[in-house]
Write a protein of this length. Structure first.
Length: 70
């Protein structure tokens, strides 16, 4: 499959479905469970707490709720 600039063209539903199926054939969903974070990867909660330094407490709480929903 060639790398296409999708922002400059619209795909039909059938074309989009075919593209998704072709990508899943190359990288099946089951392969996602094999992913392991890098050992030196920073803790995401610590990064979130650090980014809240100096912000209004109410906004930090909103941000936490937003990220917990994922």
């Amino acid at each position: 499959m060639q790398n296409q600039n999708l922002s400059s063209q619209w795909l039909s539903r059938a074309e989009g479905s075919a593209m998704g199926k072709a990508l899943r054939d190359r990288v099946p969903r089951s392969s996602h469970e094999e992913w392991k974070p890098a050992p030196n990867r920073p803790d995401c909660v610590a990064l979130l707490e650090e980014s809240n330094q100096g912000r209004l407490l109410e906004l930090g709480a909103c941000k936490k709720i937003k990220y917990q929903s994922f």
